[in-house]
Design a protein around this ligand. Structure first.
Ligand code: GLU
Length: 439
């Protein structure tokens, strides 16, 4: 049985080697957290009550059984979800995660986050998300392929370049996207490149997509430091999560002159006052799967990493890592949310009181879906861009979106998260008003 290679950790959109998730305690339910923020923004923008009711519910929630034959010959049945929150601005868009902790509530929250995320950066997509309850580290490559293909087949009339377009997320990667595209193409008997993004370059993927989420994090972090009058060069950053988002963000921030004093994955954190050599740490992870044992710094726990004295904290793993239980101990000027939902609504209030400048997930990690949009555009036109074009256009959209959110935040004297929600809820509501109600 060939287990997934460690390289997958790097290729997936959010780390395989994520960070152990805290159990949910009441207000840490991701769907309720998302709704609390949406409700707040809806009130501030005086959202029409009818549109409010529409946006509170996902358009579609699908639960499928995924029976597959294991390599042993036994049959196992997995559960898969796909939730489409809203398609008023364009096809549903959002990743698929393979994770033993996936729940329908989490997928619902993540689907809505995608609606707001695409609206914040003003790209013509709605929001969707999918998940399969499984532990990919316990499945062989062949089993993982069967799970992916059967999940895709079960959703064959839901997915499509004009209806719902998956991408990588926690524990999924380019290879999984290739299987989805191939399964879809076999069923539809058409090439169907645009049905998924985050594909391998050879089958229509975009240059720069793999690095896009981390690159977006780097760009908004620099914008935030600039806004706060803090230097970029020499600022201290810690990155929690060393998958695709965290490792690329760490590397690019290092290239911009910040000192990456700590990184972590599910196995350990590593601290080095003088900076961590990201390429070396990545090489270690490629060879050893986890950071554990990496000799480039002192071992620290994830909780210790979160309370380091920093300029920038970049959580790039999973939801609910900054909670009301540890928010008071956070000692940073800026938080850049590389992961989706790393901060709970309860923690937001504590961070605000402490004066921490939070770049919210729906803005901070939107680089991935922005380049997914570029990939989809390239697939539809059949004409591919060079990497510089991708990087320049990503930078233009990200810088403009940061400025848009900052402007709303100043105009209404609200934090960046509330401003991002206000901007996106307004944009989605405007489309609902123009389109009217089909009945
Ligand atoms: N999974 C990524 C996210 O949460 C990317 C989604 C996409 O590219 O569609 O933003």
């Amino acid at each position: 049985m060939t287990k997934n290679s460690p390289v997958d950790t790097v290729a997936s959109d959010v780390p395989v080697a994520g960070v152990a998730q805290e159990p949910n305690f009441g207000d840490d339910n991701p769907f309720e957290d998302m709704m609390a923020r949406f409700d707040h923004a809806a009130e501030l923008v005086s959202l029409d009550p009818g549109i409010y009711k529409v946006l509170r519910q996902p358009e579609k929630q699908i639960i499928v059984s995924i029976p597959i034959q294991l390599d042993t010959g036994d049959v196992e049945v997995f559960t898969g979800y796909r939730v489409i929150h809203n398609t008023s601005r364009g096809p549903g868009k959002g990743g698929i995660r393979f994770d033993p902790n996936v729940t329908i509530d989490e997928v619902k929250a993540l689907a809505a986050w995608m609606t707001w995320k695409c609206a914040v950066v003003n790209i013509p997509f709605g929001g969707a998300k999918g998940g399969v309850v499984c532990d990919p580290t316990k499945l062989s490559d062949a089993e993982l392929e069967r799970v992916t293909r059967r999940y895709t087949a079960a959703l064959i009339n839901v997915l499509g370049p004009e209806s719902d377009i998956p991408a990588p997320d926690v524990n999924t990667n380019e290879r999984v996207m290739a299987w989805i595209m191939d399964t879809y193409a076999m069923h539809k008997q058409s090439a169907s490149h645009g049905v998924v993004t985050g594909k391998p370059i050879e089958i229509g993927g975009s240059l720069g997509r793999r690095e896009a989420t981390g690159r977006g994090c780097m760009i908004v972090t620099k914008e935030a430091l600039k806004h706060l009058g803090l230097p970029v060069r020499g600022s201290r950053v810690a990155v929690q999560g060393f998958g695709n988002v965290g490792s690329v963000a760490a590397k690019l921030l290092g290239q911009e002159g910040l000192t990456v004093v700590a990184v972590s994955d599910a196995s350990t954190g590593v601290y080095n006052e003088n900076g961590i050599y990201i390429d070396e740490a990545l090489q270690w992870v490629r060879e050893n799967r986890y950071l554990d044992g990496y000799p480039g710094g002192d071992a620290i726990s994830n909780e210790e990493l979160l309370s380091l004295e920093l300029d920038v904290l970049l959580p790039a793993a999973v939801e609910n890592v900054i909670t009301r239980r540890n928010a008071a101990g956070i000692n940073t000027k800026v938080i850049c949310e590389g992961a989706n939902g790393p901060t709970t609504a309860a923690a937001d209030r504590i961070l605000e009181d402490k004066g921490v400048f939070v770049i919210p997930d729906i803005l901070a990690n939107a680089g991935g879906v922005t380049v997914s949009y570029f990939e989809w555009v390239q697939n539809r036109s059949g004409y591919f861009w060079d990497e510089k074009t991708v990087v320049d256009r990503l930078e233009a959209i990200t810088v403009r979106s940061f400025a848009d959110v900052l402007e709303v935040s100043k105009r209404h004297s609200v934090d960046m998260r509330t401003a991002a929600y206000m901007l996106s809820v307004e944009r989605v509501a405007a489309v609902h008003r123009i389109r009217g109600m089909y009945a």
